[in-house]
Design a protein around this ligand. Structure first.
Ligand code: Y43
Ligand code: MG
Length: 449
């Protein structure tokens, strides 16, 4: 009988609470009896220098204990200015353990760092850390997969860790608490995989030795404990769904535009398809992307790809403009800054009228062009285009729309774009033509690589 009434092959009560932190990509509060460890996994889009350009990712861990995790206060290692040997040893062990079950090639050039912070210590902090860290890592990876930023699951199999030992009575026991651990004759930490293989065995006698028979007895107990821990890990992970991510990919779309006129049109068109539209006005912290490209496609890609990387999600961008035949296709990609001043519709329209002074109506043919770029991190960008023909009026007409709409006459409707209602414009505009083409190829693109 053990001091807390457990059987020799019985774990303490183990709980695994997932998603306990707002910011970390994966987080877990794990308890082994009175031992409590907070595990937080962070995904970073970079790797240590020795892996750069290799296509391989990295998984590592840090371990630390809060001052009052123990019955007397320990000075913080940050206050001491250096890590103790014990801390270094444990965090390396956690990192090694996790890397044993992750295919770093499949992870690609990303790093996952799992921070294990012991809130309360009552023996087995490293084994609880490894067991919890694996779950936090799995959550972070599942989210990457849900977002489409990881295509293939790099986790090869489950992994957990447990302590076993020999009490002074000679009895082999599973999952020692602090009281048992400090008196134990032999103390052993086992890190094992779901397949029953070992990653690490740390077994030491303390003023005692142990026999081969006792070693096998401890390994058997450990095996039992690991199986139970893996069952609990799976239970915790299976209970998780990622509804937020499903909504982001299925029902929400981010459009990399600052133009309120475009935003309204996208909202109307995608809203009718059941999407919520977010634009850069929802992310005021993101600086404007410089449109340094020479083509609509280059600029659309610049906007979509920069923002997709930044927000780590699917992003659509629009680069559009007016192409006037009598001006050899100008202002084209420079439409927004035709009059020099970016985004000044009145000045742009005035300059357009000035440039076309004396040009007769039959020679004032033009078209609106729109290139859409759909980008996701790690994916090749998809492009579609749309155009609508028209003529440039000599007097602005109508108050709807934006940009050059008051000067753009749509012959078949016998109205300027600015005289059309939003619905009417959205049926015929260059943007709506492009969006229709996008819907036709979107799914195929999303399923492909
Ligand atoms: O339906 C339209 N009706 C009237 N004018 C339009 C339209 N579509 C584009 N245009 C003009 C406005 C702007 O002068 C330029 C787009 O420049 P472009 O860089 O693509 O957009 P932008 O800088 O206003 O917003 P953003 O880059 O944040 O999406 O073409
Ligand atoms: Mg622009």
């Amino acid at each position: 009988m053990r001091h807390d009434g457990r059987q020799e092959n019985q774990l303490r009560e183990v709980t695994i609470e997932t998603e306990v932190l707002k910011h970390a990509e994966g987080s877990v509060m794990i308890t082994f009896g009175e031992t409590k460890v907070l595990c937080a996994a962070t995904v970073e889009e970079s790797v240590p220098p020795f892996l750069r350009g290799s296509g391989k990712g990295w998984v590592t861990a840090e371990y630390s204990m809060l001052p009052r995790a123990t019955n007397t206060r320990n000075r913080r290692e940050s206050a001491k200015g250096k890590l103790t040997g014990r801390t270094m040893e444990i965090q390396r062990l956690i990192g090694r353990a996790l890397r044993a079950v992750v295919d770093l090639d499949k992870l690609g050039e990303k790093s996952i760092i799992v921070d294990c912070d012991v809130i309360q210590a009552d023996g087995g902090t490293r084994t609880a850390s490894i067991t919890g860290a694996f779950v936090a890592l799995s959550i972070a990876i599942q989210k990457e997969m849900a977002k489409g930023t990881l295509l293939d699951n790099p986790i090869k199999e489950h992994l957990a860790a447990i302590s076993v030992g020999i009490l002074p009575t000679g009895e082999a026991v599973l999952d020692l608490d602090y009281e048992e651990d400090s008196a134990a004759a032999v103390d052993m930490n086992l890190v094992m995989t779901e397949a029953g293989e070992f990653v690490e065995i740390q077994g030491t006698g303390e003023e005692h030795t142990y026999t081969r028979v006792q070693l096998l007895e401890m390994l058997d107990l450990g095996d039992l404990g690991i199986r139970e821990l893996i069952r609990l890990q799976k239970e915790a992970l299976e209970a998780l769904v990622f509804p937020a991510y499903e909504t982001v990919s299925a029902k929400e779309i981010v459009i990399a535009t600052n133009n309120p006129g475009k935003a309204k049109e996208f909202e109307a068109i995608f809203g009718a398809k059941g999407y919520t539209v977010k634009t850069l006005r929802d992310f005021p912290e993101i600086p404007e992307v410089a449109e340094t490209g020479k083509t609509f496609a280059e600029n659309a890609a610049l906007k979509a790809e920069t923002i997709a990387e930044r927000l780590n999600c699917l992003v659509l961008a629009d680069d559009s403009g007016l192409m006037v035949d009598a001006l050899n296709g100008q202002p084209g990609v420079y439409s927004a800054r035709f009059a020099g001043n970016d985004h000044n519709d009145a000045a742009n329209n005035a300059k357009l009228l000035h440039e076309l002074t004396g040009v007769p109506m039959e020679d004032r043919t033009a078209k609106f062009h729109c290139t859409l770029a759909l980008a996701a991190p790690g994916k090749e960008t998809l492009f579609v285009e749309g155009e609508v023909p028209g003529r440039i009026l000599s007097i602005p007409r109508g108050d709807n729309g934006f940009g050059y709409d008051p000067l753009f006459y749509v012959e078949e409707l016998e109205q300027s774009m600015a005289e059309l209602t939003a619905d009417e414009k959205n049926k015929i505009s260059h943007r709506s033509v492009a969006i229709k083409r996008l819907s036709a190829v979107w799914e195929e693109w999303q399923e492909g690589k």
